[in-house]
Design a protein around this ligand. Sequence first.
Ligand SMILES: C[S@@+](CC[C@H](N)C(=O)[O-])C[C@H]1O[C@@H](n2cnc3c(N)ncnc32)[C@H](O)[C@@H]1O
Length: 192
Amino acid sequence: MAPRGFWGRVFGWLMQLLNASAYRWALMRLLEGTPERVLELGFGTGALAERCLGAGKTHFYAGVDPSPLMLQVARERLGKQTAEIDLRESTDADLPWESGSFDAVLAVHSFQFWQDPDATLRRIHALLKPGGTFVLVLRMHGRKPPAWLPNPYSHMGDERAGGRRALARAGFIITHDKRISTASYGLSARKA
Ligand SMILES: C[S@@+](CC[C@H](N)C(=O)[O-])C[C@H]1O[C@@H](n2cnc3c(N)ncnc32)[C@H](O)[C@@H]1O
């Protein structure tokens, strides 16, 4: 849930290898718009942030992740970027930017760790500009998801259906709904 120590570094390295197809899909969704200001929840090693910034459209990249190790790794990785970077040690429950601050919000494989996903989705909706994009990549857990996952949609095994309903309730219109790989499922939505 919050990688740390030697094994946290190994996990982070493996994660970015295994998640390459999810990053590609998320980046494609992002570049359908004009992602000048982007927020990422659970940025991990900063691999997706680096790809996003490399596309050259983003001049402000913000993010939250509760792992001090991931914050350190991502800050080192993005240290030479010319865009303004605002990465914080925090969680989905604390997104302290002004409403209407972002063109796009990304969350790859962190949804299962959100305690109150409905509240976070409402907050993301408020943080987006009108017409802004939210790209959510779910980590597939199979038929028996771990019971300790804090997100009720994840541990009850209803993540995709629950996620779709929660997005609609929060005021999003789903634009893409696709299995990316055996490990990843993509939902992309627009602020209505
Ligand atoms: C499976 S990793 C995915 C990292 C990155 N998105 C990627 O795909 O490479 C999950 C990340 O979510 C972070 N995380 C855990 N709980 C979180 C929360 N409540 N809010 C935001 N991020 C969280 C972890 O520290 C970790 O970096």
